[in-house]
Design a protein around this ligand. Structure first.
Ligand code: IPM
Ligand code: MG
Length: 357
Protein backbone atom coordinates (compact mmCIF):
# COMPACT_ATOMS: atom_id res chain seq x y z
CA UNK A 1 0.00 0.00 0.00
CA UNK A 2 1.31 3.42 -1.01
CA UNK A 3 0.89 6.10 1.64
CA UNK A 4 -0.26 9.53 0.49
CA UNK A 5 1.60 12.28 2.31
CA UNK A 6 0.80 15.96 1.94
CA UNK A 7 3.72 18.32 2.57
CA UNK A 8 2.86 21.85 3.69
CA UNK A 9 5.96 24.01 4.04
CA UNK A 10 4.24 27.09 5.41
CA UNK A 11 6.18 30.27 6.12
CA UNK A 12 9.49 31.41 7.58
CA UNK A 13 11.81 28.47 8.21
CA UNK A 14 9.04 26.08 7.02
CA UNK A 15 10.50 25.29 3.58
CA UNK A 16 13.95 24.56 5.06
CA UNK A 17 12.80 22.22 7.84
CA UNK A 18 10.24 20.40 5.67
CA UNK A 19 12.91 20.08 2.99
CA UNK A 20 15.22 18.34 5.46
CA UNK A 21 12.39 16.06 6.63
CA UNK A 22 11.36 15.23 3.05
CA UNK A 23 14.95 14.14 2.39
CA UNK A 24 14.64 11.70 5.30
CA UNK A 25 11.42 10.28 3.83
CA UNK A 26 13.14 9.97 0.46
CA UNK A 27 16.01 8.03 2.02
CA UNK A 28 13.55 5.65 3.70
CA UNK A 29 12.01 5.00 0.31
CA UNK A 30 15.32 4.53 -1.53
CA UNK A 31 17.03 2.42 1.09
CA UNK A 32 14.28 0.61 2.94
CA UNK A 33 11.39 0.54 0.50
CA UNK A 34 8.95 2.84 2.28
CA UNK A 35 6.10 3.16 -0.23
CA UNK A 36 4.68 6.66 -0.37
CA UNK A 37 3.85 9.44 -2.75
CA UNK A 38 3.92 13.07 -1.72
CA UNK A 39 2.30 16.26 -2.87
CA UNK A 40 2.78 19.87 -1.77
CA UNK A 41 0.21 22.51 -0.86
CA UNK A 42 0.23 26.07 0.46
CA UNK A 43 -1.08 27.16 3.84
CA UNK A 44 -0.51 30.23 6.01
CA UNK A 45 0.94 33.54 4.88
CA UNK A 46 2.25 32.16 1.58
CA UNK A 47 -1.27 30.88 0.80
CA UNK A 48 -2.71 34.30 1.62
CA UNK A 49 -0.23 35.85 -0.83
CA UNK A 50 -1.12 33.34 -3.56
CA UNK A 51 -4.88 32.87 -3.01
CA UNK A 52 -6.01 35.60 -0.60
CA UNK A 53 -6.85 32.89 1.96
CA UNK A 54 -4.64 31.25 4.60
CA UNK A 55 -6.34 27.89 4.00
CA UNK A 56 -7.42 27.68 0.35
CA UNK A 57 -9.97 25.01 -0.57
CA UNK A 58 -7.40 23.13 -2.69
CA UNK A 59 -5.22 22.69 0.38
CA UNK A 60 -8.09 21.56 2.59
CA UNK A 61 -9.17 19.06 -0.08
CA UNK A 62 -5.65 17.75 -0.55
CA UNK A 63 -5.38 17.39 3.24
CA UNK A 64 -8.66 15.45 3.31
CA UNK A 65 -7.41 13.13 0.57
CA UNK A 66 -4.03 12.45 2.20
CA UNK A 67 -3.25 9.71 4.73
CA UNK A 68 -1.05 12.10 6.68
CA UNK A 69 0.15 15.68 6.53
CA UNK A 70 3.56 17.08 7.38
CA UNK A 71 3.55 20.78 8.21
CA UNK A 72 6.47 23.15 8.80
CA UNK A 73 5.16 26.30 10.50
CA UNK A 74 3.08 29.31 9.59
CA UNK A 75 3.05 33.03 10.29
CA UNK A 76 5.37 36.02 10.27
CA UNK A 77 5.44 39.79 10.75
CA UNK A 78 4.55 40.31 7.08
CA UNK A 79 0.99 39.13 7.81
CA UNK A 80 0.50 40.44 11.35
CA UNK A 81 -1.47 43.47 10.25
CA UNK A 82 -3.93 41.87 7.85
CA UNK A 83 -7.53 41.32 8.92
CA UNK A 84 -7.71 38.76 11.70
CA UNK A 85 -9.72 36.14 9.81
CA UNK A 86 -7.06 35.96 7.08
CA UNK A 87 -3.99 35.61 9.27
CA UNK A 88 -1.74 32.58 8.78
CA UNK A 89 -2.56 31.14 12.24
CA UNK A 90 -6.24 31.05 11.28
CA UNK A 91 -5.33 28.74 8.42
CA UNK A 92 -3.71 26.33 10.84
CA UNK A 93 -6.66 26.47 13.23
CA UNK A 94 -9.11 25.95 10.35
CA UNK A 95 -7.14 22.93 9.16
CA UNK A 96 -7.10 21.41 12.66
CA UNK A 97 -10.80 21.99 13.03
CA UNK A 98 -11.73 21.12 9.42
CA UNK A 99 -10.08 17.72 9.74
CA UNK A 100 -11.34 17.24 13.31
CA UNK A 101 -7.80 16.76 14.61
CA UNK A 102 -8.86 16.96 18.23
CA UNK A 103 -6.08 14.93 19.78
CA UNK A 104 -2.69 16.63 19.95
CA UNK A 105 0.20 14.54 21.23
CA UNK A 106 3.21 16.54 22.33
CA UNK A 107 6.00 14.43 23.74
CA UNK A 108 8.75 16.01 25.80
CA UNK A 109 11.48 13.41 25.95
CA UNK A 110 15.12 14.10 26.56
CA UNK A 111 17.82 12.70 24.29
CA UNK A 112 20.54 11.79 26.77
CA UNK A 113 23.12 13.60 24.63
CA UNK A 114 21.22 16.85 25.33
CA UNK A 115 20.93 16.66 29.13
CA UNK A 116 23.29 19.61 29.51
CA UNK A 117 21.34 21.72 26.99
CA UNK A 118 18.30 21.86 29.28
CA UNK A 119 17.61 25.01 31.25
CA UNK A 120 17.30 22.75 34.32
CA UNK A 121 19.95 20.77 36.19
CA UNK A 122 20.85 17.50 34.40
CA UNK A 123 19.65 15.35 37.34
CA UNK A 124 16.19 16.97 37.22
CA UNK A 125 15.67 16.10 33.54
CA UNK A 126 17.86 13.04 32.98
CA UNK A 127 15.64 10.27 31.58
CA UNK A 128 12.67 12.63 31.21
CA UNK A 129 9.84 11.22 29.09
CA UNK A 130 6.50 13.03 29.28
CA UNK A 131 3.56 12.98 26.89
CA UNK A 132 1.23 15.97 26.85
CA UNK A 133 -2.19 15.19 25.37
CA UNK A 134 -3.69 18.54 24.37
CA UNK A 135 -7.30 18.91 23.21
CA UNK A 136 -6.97 20.81 19.94
CA UNK A 137 -10.31 21.74 18.42
CA UNK A 138 -12.27 23.26 21.28
CA UNK A 139 -11.90 25.59 24.27
CA UNK A 140 -11.32 29.33 24.12
CA UNK A 141 -9.57 28.89 20.75
CA UNK A 142 -12.89 28.23 19.01
CA UNK A 143 -15.62 29.23 21.49
CA UNK A 144 -18.29 31.71 20.41
CA UNK A 145 -18.98 34.55 20.93
CA UNK A 146 -15.62 36.11 20.29
CA UNK A 147 -14.34 39.39 18.99
CA UNK A 148 -13.47 42.99 19.76
CA UNK A 149 -16.50 45.19 20.09
CA UNK A 150 -16.94 48.94 20.48
CA UNK A 151 -19.50 49.85 23.13
CA UNK A 152 -21.95 52.75 22.97
CA UNK A 153 -19.57 54.95 24.99
CA UNK A 154 -16.84 54.37 22.38
CA UNK A 155 -14.68 52.13 24.57
CA UNK A 156 -13.76 48.65 23.35
CA UNK A 157 -14.10 45.22 24.94
CA UNK A 158 -12.43 42.02 23.81
CA UNK A 159 -14.17 38.73 24.39
CA UNK A 160 -13.49 35.01 24.01
CA UNK A 161 -15.49 32.10 25.30
CA UNK A 162 -14.02 29.15 27.15
CA UNK A 163 -16.37 26.26 26.45
CA UNK A 164 -16.18 22.46 26.41
CA UNK A 165 -18.98 20.01 25.79
CA UNK A 166 -19.10 16.76 27.67
CA UNK A 167 -18.57 14.85 24.41
CA UNK A 168 -15.41 16.82 23.58
CA UNK A 169 -13.97 16.12 27.03
CA UNK A 170 -14.94 12.48 26.87
CA UNK A 171 -13.18 11.76 23.57
CA UNK A 172 -9.90 13.44 24.52
CA UNK A 173 -10.03 11.70 27.92
CA UNK A 174 -10.34 8.31 26.20
CA UNK A 175 -7.40 9.15 23.95
CA UNK A 176 -5.33 10.16 26.97
CA UNK A 177 -6.19 7.03 28.96
CA UNK A 178 -5.32 4.85 25.96
CA UNK A 179 -2.01 6.69 25.64
CA UNK A 180 -1.31 6.13 29.34
CA UNK A 181 -2.11 2.41 28.95
CA UNK A 182 0.72 2.17 26.40
CA UNK A 183 3.15 3.96 28.69
CA UNK A 184 3.55 3.96 32.47
CA UNK A 185 -0.17 4.08 33.25
CA UNK A 186 -0.16 7.37 35.09
CA UNK A 187 -2.38 10.19 33.86
CA UNK A 188 -2.51 13.69 35.32
CA UNK A 189 -5.44 15.81 34.18
CA UNK A 190 -4.73 19.54 34.31
CA UNK A 191 -7.51 22.05 34.91
CA UNK A 192 -8.47 25.18 36.81
CA UNK A 193 -11.50 23.62 38.47
CA UNK A 194 -11.15 25.87 41.52
CA UNK A 195 -12.14 28.88 39.41
CA UNK A 196 -13.49 27.92 35.97
CA UNK A 197 -16.73 25.96 35.54
CA UNK A 198 -15.64 24.75 32.09
CA UNK A 199 -12.80 22.88 33.72
CA UNK A 200 -14.91 21.80 36.69
CA UNK A 201 -16.90 19.84 34.11
CA UNK A 202 -13.60 18.71 32.57
CA UNK A 203 -12.54 17.21 35.91
CA UNK A 204 -15.90 15.47 36.42
CA UNK A 205 -15.95 13.91 32.96
CA UNK A 206 -12.29 12.81 33.05
CA UNK A 207 -12.98 11.17 36.42
CA UNK A 208 -16.01 9.33 34.99
CA UNK A 209 -14.06 8.11 31.96
CA UNK A 210 -11.31 6.99 34.32
CA UNK A 211 -13.60 4.34 35.79
CA UNK A 212 -13.25 2.49 32.48
CA UNK A 213 -9.46 2.39 32.90
CA UNK A 214 -8.87 0.90 36.36
CA UNK A 215 -5.21 0.19 35.52
CA UNK A 216 -4.40 3.86 35.03
CA UNK A 217 -3.62 5.96 38.11
CA UNK A 218 -5.49 9.22 37.52
CA UNK A 219 -4.58 12.43 39.33
CA UNK A 220 -5.75 16.03 38.92
CA UNK A 221 -3.72 19.21 39.15
CA UNK A 222 -4.50 22.89 38.79
CA UNK A 223 -2.73 24.43 35.83
CA UNK A 224 -0.72 26.93 37.87
CA UNK A 225 0.61 24.16 40.07
CA UNK A 226 1.27 21.99 37.00
CA UNK A 227 3.44 24.76 35.53
CA UNK A 228 5.40 24.90 38.76
CA UNK A 229 5.71 21.11 39.08
CA UNK A 230 6.91 20.78 35.47
CA UNK A 231 9.87 22.96 36.34
CA UNK A 232 10.39 21.68 39.89
CA UNK A 233 10.16 17.92 39.36
CA UNK A 234 9.11 17.05 35.80
CA UNK A 235 9.86 13.35 36.13
CA UNK A 236 6.81 12.90 38.37
CA UNK A 237 4.69 13.00 35.18
CA UNK A 238 3.97 10.28 32.65
CA UNK A 239 0.97 11.50 30.60
CA UNK A 240 -0.71 14.89 31.07
CA UNK A 241 -4.10 15.65 29.55
CA UNK A 242 -5.47 19.17 29.29
CA UNK A 243 -7.52 21.60 27.25
CA UNK A 244 -6.42 23.61 24.25
CA UNK A 245 -5.15 26.81 25.88
CA UNK A 246 -3.48 25.20 28.91
CA UNK A 247 -1.90 22.63 26.59
CA UNK A 248 -0.54 25.35 24.33
CA UNK A 249 1.22 27.00 27.23
CA UNK A 250 2.39 23.91 29.12
CA UNK A 251 3.82 22.28 25.99
CA UNK A 252 6.07 25.27 25.28
CA UNK A 253 7.16 25.17 28.89
CA UNK A 254 7.83 21.42 28.74
CA UNK A 255 9.86 21.84 25.56
CA UNK A 256 12.54 23.80 27.39
CA UNK A 257 13.04 20.90 29.78
CA UNK A 258 14.48 19.03 26.81
CA UNK A 259 16.98 21.68 25.79
CA UNK A 260 15.33 23.30 22.82
CA UNK A 261 11.93 23.91 21.38
CA UNK A 262 13.67 22.95 18.13
CA UNK A 263 13.64 19.29 19.21
CA UNK A 264 9.96 18.60 19.81
CA UNK A 265 7.58 16.99 17.32
CA UNK A 266 3.82 16.72 17.58
CA UNK A 267 0.94 14.73 16.18
CA UNK A 268 -2.62 15.98 15.74
CA UNK A 269 -5.00 13.07 15.24
CA UNK A 270 -8.62 12.55 14.35
CA UNK A 271 -10.78 9.71 15.66
CA UNK A 272 -9.38 7.31 13.05
CA UNK A 273 -5.70 8.01 13.56
CA UNK A 274 -5.31 10.18 10.51
CA UNK A 275 -3.06 13.04 11.40
CA UNK A 276 -1.12 16.18 10.80
CA UNK A 277 2.46 16.28 12.07
CA UNK A 278 4.38 19.40 12.89
CA UNK A 279 7.18 20.68 15.07
CA UNK A 280 5.77 22.52 18.08
CA UNK A 281 7.92 25.57 17.38
CA UNK A 282 6.89 28.45 15.15
CA UNK A 283 8.08 29.84 11.83
CA UNK A 284 11.04 31.79 13.32
CA UNK A 285 11.01 34.60 10.73
CA UNK A 286 14.16 36.09 12.28
CA UNK A 287 16.28 33.17 11.06
CA UNK A 288 14.27 32.19 7.96
CA UNK A 289 16.20 31.47 4.78
CA UNK A 290 19.56 31.39 6.57
CA UNK A 291 20.05 27.65 6.97
CA UNK A 292 20.12 28.09 10.77
CA UNK A 293 16.93 26.35 11.91
CA UNK A 294 16.96 23.02 13.71
CA UNK A 295 15.19 20.47 11.48
CA UNK A 296 15.11 17.73 14.13
CA UNK A 297 11.61 18.50 15.47
CA UNK A 298 10.25 18.16 11.93
CA UNK A 299 12.29 15.02 11.28
CA UNK A 300 10.99 13.56 14.55
CA UNK A 301 7.48 14.55 13.42
CA UNK A 302 8.06 12.26 10.43
CA UNK A 303 8.82 9.47 12.91
CA UNK A 304 5.54 10.16 14.71
CA UNK A 305 3.72 10.15 11.36
CA UNK A 306 5.20 6.75 10.50
CA UNK A 307 4.14 5.38 13.87
CA UNK A 308 0.69 6.91 14.44
CA UNK A 309 -0.84 7.34 10.97
CA UNK A 310 1.07 5.10 8.56
CA UNK A 311 1.53 2.09 10.83
CA UNK A 312 5.22 1.82 9.95
CA UNK A 313 6.83 1.46 13.39
CA UNK A 314 10.08 -0.02 12.04
CA UNK A 315 10.66 3.05 9.86
CA UNK A 316 9.75 5.32 12.79
CA UNK A 317 12.37 3.66 14.94
CA UNK A 318 15.00 4.05 12.19
CA UNK A 319 14.39 7.80 12.13
CA UNK A 320 14.51 8.16 15.92
CA UNK A 321 17.67 6.09 16.18
CA UNK A 322 19.32 8.09 13.41
CA UNK A 323 18.58 11.33 15.29
CA UNK A 324 20.02 9.87 18.52
CA UNK A 325 23.12 8.76 16.67
CA UNK A 326 23.70 12.17 15.12
CA UNK A 327 23.33 13.88 18.51
CA UNK A 328 25.59 11.33 20.21
CA UNK A 329 28.22 12.03 17.52
CA UNK A 330 28.25 15.65 18.69
CA UNK A 331 26.41 17.28 15.79
CA UNK A 332 24.23 20.23 16.78
CA UNK A 333 22.34 23.10 15.22
CA UNK A 334 22.97 26.56 16.66
CA UNK A 335 20.06 26.40 19.14
CA UNK A 336 21.51 23.37 20.96
CA UNK A 337 25.22 23.96 20.51
CA UNK A 338 27.68 23.66 23.38
CA UNK A 339 31.45 23.98 23.53
CA UNK A 340 32.98 20.91 21.90
CA UNK A 341 30.06 20.16 19.56
CA UNK A 342 30.03 20.48 15.77
CA UNK A 343 27.56 23.13 14.63
CA UNK A 344 25.68 22.40 11.41
CA UNK A 345 23.15 24.23 9.28
CA UNK A 346 19.61 23.01 8.67
CA UNK A 347 20.44 21.19 5.47
CA UNK A 348 23.66 19.62 6.76
CA UNK A 349 21.87 18.39 9.89
CA UNK A 350 19.28 16.76 7.65
CA UNK A 351 22.07 15.16 5.62
CA UNK A 352 23.68 13.76 8.77
CA UNK A 353 20.36 12.14 9.76
CA UNK A 354 20.05 10.68 6.25
CA UNK A 355 23.61 9.37 6.51
CA UNK A 356 22.86 7.80 9.92
CA UNK A 357 19.70 6.01 8.76
C1 IPM B 1 0.94 25.78 18.62
C2 IPM B 1 0.95 27.22 18.15
C3 IPM B 1 -0.43 27.54 17.61
C4 IPM B 1 -1.43 27.39 18.74
C5 IPM B 1 -0.56 28.92 16.95
C6 IPM B 1 0.48 29.12 15.86
C7 IPM B 1 -1.93 29.15 16.41
O1 IPM B 1 1.32 28.04 19.21
O2 IPM B 1 0.75 24.89 17.76
O3 IPM B 1 1.17 25.54 19.81
O4 IPM B 1 -1.63 28.31 19.53
O5 IPM B 1 -2.01 26.32 18.84
MG1 MG C 1 1.92 27.02 20.98
Amino acid sequence: MTHKILLINGDGIGPEIVGAAAAVLGALRDRYGLAYESEEALMGGCAFDAYGEPLPAVTLNAARAADAILLGAVGGPKWDQIERAKRPERGLLALRSGLDLFCNLRPAALFSALAEASALKPEVVDGLDIMIVRELTGDIYFGQPRGIETLADGSRVGRNTMIYSEAEIRRIAHAAFRTAMQRNRRLCSVDKANVLETTELWREVVTEVGKEYPDVALSHMYVDNAAMQLVRAPKQFDVLVTGNIFGDILSDLASMLTGSIGMLPSASLDANGKGMYEPIHGSAPDIAGRNLANPLATILSVAMMLRYSLNEPAHALRVEQAVSKVLAAGYRTADIQRPGTTVLGTQEMGEQVVAAL
